[in-house]
Ligand binder design. Structure first.
Ligand code: C2E
Ligand code: MG
Ligand code: MG
Ligand code: MG
Length: 292
């Protein structure tokens, strides 16, 4: 159920632009069909866990495309062209709708676990987004605090004001915000002074290098300290080994996500996994925002 990393035909994007742009047009036409067909774009779901208790702290929704001819595609195969197309809005609404449907299922099972959705920075340029998300939350009867929006802070300066306002509106609605790939952007720290967020996600690249790079370890430790000082949750991404898990726990990191715990899984598997994780960690309550 893993999507291949890069490698798809769209990976030619940077090297041979003409051929790739023709391919992009075809891909975007196919995306239009996929959004209408409703059975091609599916969410893979990956829990993050509390390192002390093993309880799920959240579940991230990761898009996959079961393409009728090209086979399984991962985000690396199609997200960039979608972001640069007029279909971004429809795509974003589709993903949010699927994710909130999953969250509504959990609520019916009595599982109090938030779902995280990745948003392209460009989708935050649409001032209608907060109202659309509010409508989707009501339609699915999901409380806003059960939705976490993951943002990467690679944003054009001239667009900051619009994005800041959209994010502030969403957070005022009670939706939670996470900074994804923290530490890799150009302005991570400035971002935190502009936008109130709830969670930092330590980028996988630092987790991978932690063991043999004192610099990477220092960045992880500092990010964890920063999160604690600001009263934010912190989740390490891409944890693949017990060594990494132990090192993270030693650095004070409280939650982690990665193949060591769970690979992204289909929606029909996740309910049982969450149920057994919660059973194994009785009394544990996900640390929701105090005012949520
Ligand atoms: P991300 O949000 O940083 O997601 C984490 C990526 O790391 C996912 O790749 C996940 O499958 C992968 N991963 C998780 N644990 C491990 C691990 O232990 N080892 C390794 N090697 N990888 C791990 P994926 O699903 O291919 O997604 C890649 C990126 O695509 C995401 O990075 C996110 O930025 C973007 N993306 C995914 N779904 C969506 C979506 O619905 N909308 C938008 N706009 N972007 C999305
Ligand atoms: Mg993410
Ligand atoms: Mg990430
Ligand atoms: Mg990452």
């Amino acid at each position: 159920y893993q999507a291949k990393e890069g490698g798809g035909s769209v990976a030619a994007y940077d090297s041979s632009r003409d051929a790739a742009s023709t391919d992009h047009l075809a891909l975007l036409a196919e995306l239009r069909e996929a959004l209408a067909a409703d059975d091609q774009l599916v969410l893979a779901l990956q829990p993050a866990v509390d390192l002390a208790t093993g309880a799920p702290t959240g579940v991230e929704a990761l898009i996959r495309w079961r393409h009728p001819r090209r086979g399984w595609l991962g985000p690396a195969d199609f997200i960039r062209p979608v972001e640069n197309s007029e279909q971004l809005g429809a795509f974003t609404r589709y993903v949010l709708d699927k994710a909130l449907a999953v969250a509504a299922d959990w609520a019916r099972l009595g599982l109090d676990v938030p779902i995280s959705v990745n948003l392209s920075a460009r989708s935050l340029l649409d001032p209608r987004l907060p109202a659309e998300i509010g409508e989707a939350l009501r339609r699915h009867q999901v409380p806003p605090r059960r939705l976490v929006l993951e943002i990467t802070e690679t944003v054009v300066m001239s667009e900051l004001e619009i994005i800041d306002e959209v994010l502030a509106t969403l957070r005022a609605m009670g939706v939670q915000l996470a900074v994804d790939d923290f530490g890799t952007g150009f302005s991570s720290l400035t971002f935190l002074t502009r936008i109130a967020v709830d969670e930092l996600k330590v980028d996988r690249s630092f987790v991978i290098r932690m063991a043999d790079s004192p610099e990477a370890a220092a960045i992880v430790r500092t990010t964890v300290g920063l999160a604690h000082e600001l009263g934010l949750r912190v989740v390490a991404e891409g944890v693949e080994t017990a060594e990494q898990r132990n090192a993270l726990a030693e650095l004070g990191c409280t939650a982690a996500q990665g193949y060591h715990f769970f690979k992204p899984m289909p929606a029909d598997k996740i309910g049982a996994v969450l149920g057994s994780l919660l059973d194994a960690a009785p009394g544990n309550v996900f640390p929701l925002r105090a005012d949520g």
